[in-house]
Ligand binder design. Structure first.
Ligand SMILES: [Zn+2]
Length: 432
């Protein structure tokens, strides 16, 4: 009996893996997906959701009757959203001391200081999370062994204990040490599967010539097409994609390269973003029992795929994860009053399409009408001029005329999230 208990989390992984594979076959239509979600959500609302302080006084019988929450609200009332009885002060203490509470894992996202998100899950939940991810990414596991390098900027030991299983060798590499420092260890490990932010995969593609992975997945950051091209050319394979957040696993790409929402574990409400063809997700992760993620408004902008995928999956698909709504530039209208919003993908495309030699840049809104454009010091002055001209033309075409300061310099890789288009200035009273 003791032996069974000791291995209980592994059973969660295997169950989650098997369920994910089974659901991939069983859920054939939208009606199937919605019926599955309804059953699981009802049980979840009656159980974990209804037993947390925040929801005890709400009518938790229907998901749609719960209030929409966001990160600020959940962080301010952390103890009301988790069944572990952890306050945010206690959770920070656990996180900073590195001494986890038995059976629980406390982690934090890599936001800017003061804007970081805490999360708490149980050991069993992290194995379940891993089982779902493996079920979606590695259909041949556990019949084929998997040797996975997970290179993520999370301050937690979320994954590393899974490397105890015989079929799965999982190694966690701490990105905070810098990609150059961990690269030799990744090469020594010789993974067949690498899951990493695109900036790391690109760095490996450009610097290392001995890795020979069979599967590559971009995760945890926006995947720009320019990075995809470089990575796919070097490794001669299609780059898979994982859309994830500290809030959970949100989407994974199928064999056809289409990014499908993980609607077998998360319920998505896709809210239109005004004056764009984009949506912003409000998520409910109905697998989570410890920290409740119910009608949680994400900060992300997605462009949804409107036609079907050849794989036949009924799970809705995302054409592109654009970035954070915080990084939508807001510039004053040149010919009158008011603000013009510009999404990161439009700005990115103008710069990258201006000259083929430009494969990296940073564009930062530093004041209400001031932008800073940084380009690598390796590109020619004519390419830099082309980028600045393309950017000016774009901004003029939408009736804005900001000052642009251009400089060429070595662009370093941040150990936190890479945001090529970044807004650092906010109007008084606007949310951050
Ligand atoms: Zn598909």
């Amino acid at each position: 009996m003791r032996r069974v208990l000791r291995h209980a989390p592994i059973f969660r992984l295997i169950c989650a893996f098997a369920r994910t594979r089974l659901l991939a076959r069983r859920l054939k239509t939208r009606l199937d997906v919605e019926a599955w979600q309804q059953r699981r959500i009802s049980r979840w609302l009656r159980g974990a959701v209804g037993s947390t302080d925040f929801y005890r006084h709400h009518n938790a019988a229907k998901l749609s009757s719960l209030p929409i929450v966001d990160k600020a609200l959940v962080m301010a009332a952390f103890e009301q959203f988790n069944t572990a009885g952890l306050s945010s002060a206690e959770a920070w203490q656990v996180f900073e001391s590195g001494r986890q509470r038995k059976g629980y894992v406390v982690g934090a996202s890599t936001g800017t200081s003061g804007n970081r998100g805490l999360f708490v899950i149980t050991d069993a939940e992290r194995y379940e999370w891993l089982g779902v991810m493996l079920g979606k990414l590695l259909p041949a596991f556990p019949f084929q062994k998997a040797r996975i390098a997970l290179i993520l900027p999370l301050h937690t030991t979320l994954y590393d204990s899974a490397n105890r299983t015989r079929r799965l060798h999982l190694e966690f590499f701490d990105l905070h040490r810098g990609v150059a420092a961990i690269a030799p260890e990744i090469v020594d490990f010789a993974p067949d599967t690498i899951i990493a932010p695109p900036k790391v995969l690109r760095w490996l593609a450009e610097h290392d010539h001995s890795l020979a992975p069979k599967r590559l997945f971009s995760a945890a950051e926006v995947l720009d097409p320019v990075d995809r091209d470089i990575i796919e050319k070097r490794y001669k394979m299609r780059l898979g994609e994982i859309y994830m957040a500290t809030e959970g696993l949100l989407a994974t790409s199928c064999a056809h390269g289409t990014l499908h929402l993980a609607e077998d574990v998360v319920h998505f409400e896709l809210q239109p973003v005004q004056d764009t063809d984009l949506v912003s997700p409000v998520i409910s992760d109905f697998t989570r029992q410890t920290q409740i993620i119910a009608r949680y408004r994400m900060n992300d902008l997605l462009r949804m795929k409107t036609d079907g995928c050849p794989c036949g999956s009924p799970l809705r698909a995302v054409t592109e994860v654009i970035g954070r709504s915080d990084d939508v530039f807001e510039l004053p209208r040149a010919s009158g009053t008011g603000i013009v919003p510009i999404t990161p993908d439009v700005l990115r495309n103008a710069i990258l399409d201006s000259d083929r030699s430009i494969t990296d840049f940073r564009l930062i809104q530093i004041d209400h009408n001031d932008l800073r454009l940084l380009l690598p010091d390796t590109i020619s002055s004519s390419a830099a001029d082309a980028a600045e001209t393309a950017l000016r033309r774009l901004l003029q075409s939408i009736d804005t005329h900001p000052r642009i300061s251009l400089s060429r310099q070595a662009l370093s890789l941040p150990t936190t999230k890479l945001r090529r288009v970044e807004r650092r200035w906010y109007r008084a009273g606007s949310s951050t």
